[in-house]
Write a protein that binds this ligand. Structure first.
Ligand code: SF4
Ligand code: SF4
Length: 270
């Protein structure tokens, strides 16, 4: 299997892009300190494969998190792709990598004032997955070079103006002011419950970003709409929603607490 054949296979699994990059050449990066890369763990690995899923957000006012639904589907697609590669004799492993640093270092995307990265044609409405690949005579994978992209934000301050938490300043994102910082747990500070607009996160800065202007919106399908019915979630019926967004992110009654809060803010307490 070649790079091109693997790329075609990845498209078949729903990925929009596949970038073949070198392995990280650092152990830990200040911008992604939670990810530690130890090349010695994978002595056979020669290439980082960044898989990109693209998604369209739901219309303004919809509280269903399009990103997390896309992220969960993307995760499962990467698991299935990795399995297929293994059955075809490819050395392969899913491994969390410092994706942002790889994207910027190899010119795949541009840095954004809100700390995300933007890819040409896809904006920031993307989900990344990362695989490690070995290379062999039968499967001679190799890192590729890409025409470097670097489109700075310039004079734009749209995200800073729109952020309900005041988390974006001249120097970029103040992580601890961003709502996303608090989303790993099930209980958020009161101020987050006061300004949160979508379940499990916040996409306000992406909604106003001109990089995403051409991507548009789509209505959530009926099954997803039903799974995120606020009254149902508030009563504890979270099973379908949790399957859609991934159980790891939604334990300890998180969706129910959010739904109760949204209903309260809407004056529709159940
Ligand atoms: S995700 Fe929300 S809280 Fe965080 S920077 Fe963007 S708009 Fe602000
Ligand atoms: S809204 Fe403007 S400043 Fe913010 S990330 Fe997008 S382009 Fe950059």
């Amino acid at each position: 299997m070649t790079n091109g054949e693997l790329r075609s296979l990845a498209y078949g699994y729903g990925f929009a892009r596949a970038y073949f990059l070198p392995l990280p050449d650092f152990v830990r990066h200040d911008d992604e300190p939670s990810i530690v890369w130890e090349a010695s763990e994978y002595p056979w690995a020669e290439v980082s494969l960044l898989l990109v899923s693209a998604y369209r957000p739901y219309p303004e006012g919809c509280r269903i998190p399009a990103y997390y639904i896309a992220s969960n589907a993307s995760y499962h697609a990467s698991v299935a792709l990795c399995r297929e590669l293994e059955t075809r004799g490819v050395e392969c492993a899913r491994r969390e990598l410092p994706i942002k640093q790889l994207v910027l270092k190899y010119g795949v995307g541009s840095p954004c004032r809100n700390s995300l990265v933007s890819l040409p044609g896809l904006g920031t409405r993307v989900v990344f997955q990362s695989l490690l690949l070995g290379s062999s005579r039968e499967h001679p994978f190799a890192a590729e070079s890409y025409e470097a992209v670097n489109e700075p934000c310039g004079a734009c301050r749209a995200c800073a103006a729109a952020c309900p938490a005041g988390a974006i300043g001249e120097d970029g994102l103040d992580v601890k002011k961003c709502m996303r910082y608090y989303m790993d747990g099930a209980d958020y500070p009161d101020w987050v419950y006061g300004v949160q607009r979508t379940h499990m996160g916040c996409e306000v800065c992406q909604a106003v970003c001109p990089r995403n202007a051409g991507i548009g919106f789509e209505e959530p399908p009926e099954d997803i709409r039903l799974a995120f019915d606020l009254n149902g979630l508030a009563e504890g019926n979270t099973k379908q929603a949790r399957l859609l967004v991934g159980k790891n992110f939604t334990g300890r009654g998180k969706l129910t607490k959010e739904a109760v809060n949204f209903l309260k803010r809407d004056g529709k307490e159940s």
